[in-house]
Write a protein that binds this ligand. Structure first.
Ligand SMILES: *[C@@H]1O[C@H](CO)[C@@H](O)[C@H](O)[C@H]1NC(C)=O
Ligand SMILES: *[C@@H]1O[C@H](CO)[C@@H](O)[C@H](O)[C@H]1NC(C)=O
Ligand SMILES: *[C@@H]1O[C@H](CO)[C@@H](O)[C@H](O)[C@H]1NC(C)=O
Ligand SMILES: *[C@@H]1O[C@H](CO)[C@@H](O)[C@H](O)[C@H]1NC(C)=O
Ligand SMILES: *[C@@H]1O[C@H](CO)[C@@H](O)[C@H](O)[C@H]1NC(C)=O
Ligand SMILES: *[C@@H]1O[C@H](CO)[C@@H](O)[C@H](O)[C@H]1NC(C)=O
Ligand SMILES: *[C@@H]1O[C@H](CO)[C@@H](O)[C@H](O)[C@H]1NC(C)=O
Ligand SMILES: *[C@@H]1O[C@H](CO)[C@@H](O)[C@H](O)[C@H]1NC(C)=O
Ligand SMILES: *[C@@H]1O[C@H](CO)[C@@H](O)[C@H](O)[C@H]1NC(C)=O
Length: 774
């Protein structure tokens, strides 16, 4: 009974042994397909005995995990390993985790391109020297990579990283990363990226725009070592609403902190050691979860923010910012608040934040950049000329009620001139020249000098512009070396119309006070004339609303404003004007023009002659000296004019269409054009003397009498008078003996113009003879 059962037992036992043996031998003989690569790794890191990597099958090794006989994890961090990593790691195609951090491994990091299962790689805290640009190619499962603190040669974040679309944490602090932060780090490429750590590298440039839409929670970009560090604005933090930890300290970020009320999870906010300006937003102070805030060593302005120090660790050393007062929570003085709102409209520039310290803009011991005050402590001059400002003109300038001079020229300001400025009852001078201001110019009191020259779109309807995008041309700086004297600006088209006649205007300037205006247009427009250095164009409010008033007043009255702390100038209130037809020319100016030019010794420089030639060209053509709307070869008036003047047909085209060209007119215009050409000769020695110019032009004045003699001949100057006669008469009117000996000698010589014409310079055309001169 038992035997058969025993026989059965025996046979099944031997079968068991047999199968056991075959199983075991198959394990030994098959080993793992990854054995060779793992042996290469073991050799490469110097067969370290402490790892216990002795078994032929790497799947039996400590710190190594396998699945289906394939190596999936290698975790050999903090093992005091030396040596290098072999390129054969790339053969471990099932690898998901590679941890070699905190050793002394050196040499290049091998490319792991194509390891599509790899999820986590920790190379940090070693002595690796090279990071391959194709490292990330095909790493489509990568979630975490840490490269911090190695001895890399300088490298940039490679484009191959875009393959790693599942990335959650990218960490390369202290890893010698250079270049800019690639925009793709913030884009849709990495929807899961939560942690971006790039502190202590050599990055430069700005935060990429794409960050605004990112879900990044931990952002470490602090302590860049490049020359410029990271810079620009931090305004897009406002849109990074997932942020919990922001370390941007020790960079060169500028501009104000944005509204942070959307960052409800924010805990750590470290922006110390930057150049941040502006007022600390209450949204930061009020964030419920905030635990650390570091703002020391910036240029923050306004009141010192009052954080709840029982909950928040605050690093904001007293005196290390530009707060108006040291006591947290105390408001600034009202003049300070006004100036800060003005600074806000130009993005809180560093230049103001560095110098606007304390709570009193008129404190003599701390001069505020661009601000001058009277002895009563009221701001009288704001001089922000040529500070590279961008942004708009704040309507809050109107709250500086003692303001006399508002000088904003030579910046990149856009927007319109705020209507509120017209309420400034003490305002004498508003200079917004050479900016990108557009729109209608509001109506100022009569005696306010408004300089809007060099704003290509001023006067135009602003509806087609959006604030913040400067419309039209580029920089407002005048181009030719005569640029500052010739300035019909954007109104040049109209200039032609107003003046009505080139000759009229030119003669008007030279025949004292005559303001000879020919081809008088019935449009009610007028011009006031300042110095030859400043031509100011006002849109005319009355009438067709389309006109422009040219003001050419004597700018020396104001001297262009200054940074000084006291103001003594009396303003231009004493400008006398002669109205003749549609021109108004200040007597003082004509006096200055004439004797300064002639003695429209003192003006010997040929540059002035050149400038005058440019003005003549502007009057003839109705174009401005520098017109960036024209094709490239016609931008500069002088070059273009020279070309057009070569033959009759092109010259006719160059003449302002609003000039009614009769036979006689054309002849005179041609004469003036020729004169202009000579004045603008390339070589200074070829340019005529002003005396000669006077003679040529005064000869035309005889021809060009006004169509309708002006009844308002308040200065008693008869159009039939000769130039010297007119000068004498006008001098008598002025009475005050403002003219010195040199002017008398000018008159004396002017009496003898027929014989005292200065010698023609070499190269000056034969066409202007002394006979022409009278
Ligand atoms: C890794 O794979 C490459 C080819 O893909 C091969 O040449 C190399 O020998 C492999 N390394 C090892 C250690 O098997
Ligand atoms: C690795 O780098 C550290 C510091 O960077 C250095 O102290 C150490 O000597 C280096 N080790 C090797 C083996 O190069
Ligand atoms: C960064 O890279 C440059 C050039 O490769 C090297 O000279 C420099 O020593 C590296 N800096 C660090 C901190 O490793
Ligand atoms: C990986 O990135 C490279 C650019 O470095 C690109 O050419 C390649 O198409 C990408 N591969 C995949 C699978 O996305
Ligand atoms: C930022 O730095 C770059 C050089 O990296 C420089 O060209 C740029 O002008 C700087 N921008 C600002 C706003 O300072
Ligand atoms: C940032 O957020 C503001 C409102 O908080 C929004 O108006 C603006 O369009 C956003 N900018 C970007 C680039 O997403
Ligand atoms: C921020 O300031 C706090 C308080 O002084 C300090 O403990 C912390 O280390 C600082 N954090 C950074 C990132 O500098
Ligand atoms: C003007 O200043 C006041 C505070 O003085 C401020 O509330 C207002 O927003 C400012 N307006 C502009 C346009 O800056
Ligand atoms: C145009 O100017 C008017 C007033 O001058 C202003 O109310 C309006 O907002 C401006 N529009 C734009 C687009 O700037």
């Amino acid at each position: 009974m038992n035997k058969p059962s025993l026989g059965f037992s025996f046979s099944s036992f031997s079968l068991f042994l047999l199968s056991l043996f075959s199983l075991t031998s198959s394990v030994y003989s098959q080993s793992s397909p990854d054995a060779a690569a793992m042996q290469a790794l073991k050799t490469s890191i110097g067969n370290p005995p402490n790892l216990g990597w002795t078994d032929p099958n790497p799947c039996k090794w400590e710190h190594v995990a396998c699945s289906d006989n394939r190596v999936t994890k290698i975790q050999i961090g903090s093992q005091s390993l030396k040596g290098t990593l072999p390129p054969d790691l790339r053969n471990l195609t099932s690898l998901t985790v590679l941890e070699v951090m905190k050793n002394e491994l050196s040499g290049p990091i091998p490319s792991l391109a194509g390891l599509s299962s790899l999820q986590e790689v920790l190379f940090n805290d070693n002595n690796f020297t090279y990071f391959p640009p194709d490292f990330f190619s095909g790493l489509t499962s990568l979630q975490t990579i840490s490269l911090d603190y190695n001895s890399f040669e300088v490298w940039e974040i490679p484009v191959s990283l875009t393959n790693a679309t599942t990335l959650q944490k990218f960490s390369a602090n202290g890893a010698n990363v250079t270049g800019t932060i690639p925009g793709f780090l913030g884009g849709d490429v990495f929807p899961g990226l939560k942690s971006l750590n790039l502190a202590m590298n050599n990055l430069h440039g700005q935060l990429p725009e794409s960050f605004a839409g990112s879900a990044i929670e931990t952002l470490w970009l602090n302590g860049q070592n490049s020359d410029t560090k990271l810079n620009g604005s931090v305004s897009l933090l406002q849109n990074m609403t997932s942020l919990t930890q922001v370390w941007l300290h020790m960079n060169q970020f500028t501009g104000p902190l944005p509204d942070l009320s959307g960052l409800t999870g924010l805990k750590d906010f470290s922006l110390r050691d930057n150049q941040l300006t502006g007022i600390v937003p209450s949204s930061l102070v009020n964030l419920p979860g905030l635990s650390t805030v570091n703002l020391t060593n910036n240029l923050l302005q306004g009141p010192t923010p009052k954080f709840d120090t029982s909950k928040i660790r605050v690093d904001m050393r007293t005196g290390s910012n530009s707060f108006c007062l040291d006591d947290p929570g105390f408001p600034c003085a009202s003049q300070v608040n006004i100036l800060l709102s003005i600074a806000e409209s130009v993005g809180y520039p560093v230049v103001f934040a560095q110098s606007w310290k304390g709570n009193n803009p008129c404190d003599a011991s701390q001069i505020w950049k661009g601000i001058s005050c009277d002895s009563g402590g009221s701001i009288t001059v704001v001089n922000f000329q040529n500070l590279g400002l961008t942004g708009t003109i704040s309507s809050n300038f109107s709250q500086l009620t003692s303001l006399r001079h508002l000088l904003l020229s030579g910046n990149s300001l856009t927007g319109t001139i705020p209507t509120e400025l017209t309420t400034l009852s003490k305002l004498e001078k508003l200079d917004v020249s050479n900016n990108h201001i557009f729109g209608k110019v509001p109506k100022f009191r009569q005696n306010v000098i408004v300089n809007i020259h060099g704003n290509p779109d001023i006067g135009k309807d602003n509806s087609s512009f959006t604030p913040g995008t400067p419309p039209g041309g580029s920089s407002g700086t005048p181009g030719t070396h005569s640029g500052e004297t010739s300035s019909s600006g954007s109104g040049s088209k109209n200039t032609g119309k107003i003046v009505g006649s080139v000759i009229g205007a030119v003669c008007g300037a030279f025949i004292v006070g005559l303001g000879v205006c020919l081809y008088t247009r019935k449009r009610k427009r007028s011009s006031r004339v300042q110095s030859p250095n400043t031509v100011v164009i006002h849109p005319q409010n009355a009438g067709d609303g389309n006109g422009v008033k040219i003001t050419v007043t004597n700018s020396s009255v104001n001297g262009g404003g200054s940074d000084s702390h006291s103001l003594t100038s009396s303003g231009p209130s004493d400008i006398h004007v002669v109205e003749a037809g549609n021109m108004v020319i200040s007597i003082q100016v004509l006096r200055n023009c004439t004797y300064h030019l002639a003695v429209t010794g003192r003006v010997t420089t040929k540059v002035d002659v050149f400038s005058f030639g440019v003005i003549l060209m502007e009057l003839i053509s109705g174009r401005k000296a520098l017109d960036e709307t024209q094709p490239e070869d016609s931008v500069h008036l002088v070059t273009w004019f020279r070309r057009m003047h070569i033959n009759k047909d092109t010259f006719r085209k160059a003449i302002d269409q609003t000039i009614e060209l009769g036979e006689e007119t054309l002849a005179s215009v041609s004469t003036v054009a020729e004169l202009a050409g000579h004045c603008c000769a390339r070589e200074p020695y070829q340019r005529p003397d002003m005396g000669h110019v006077v003679n040529v032009i005064s000869s035309l004045a005889e021809l060009w009498k006004p169509a309708e003699p002006d009844s308002d001949d308040i200065y008693g100057i008869d159009l039939d008078m000769t130039l010297p006669q007119a000068l004498k008469k006008w001098q008598a009117y002025e009475g005050s003996g403002n003219m010195d000996d040199s002017s008398s000698s000018f008159l004396a010589s002017a009496d003898n113009t027929q014989t005292s014409i200065p010698t023609r310079p070499s190269g000056f055309a034969e066409s202007f003879t002394s006979a022409d001169g009278r």
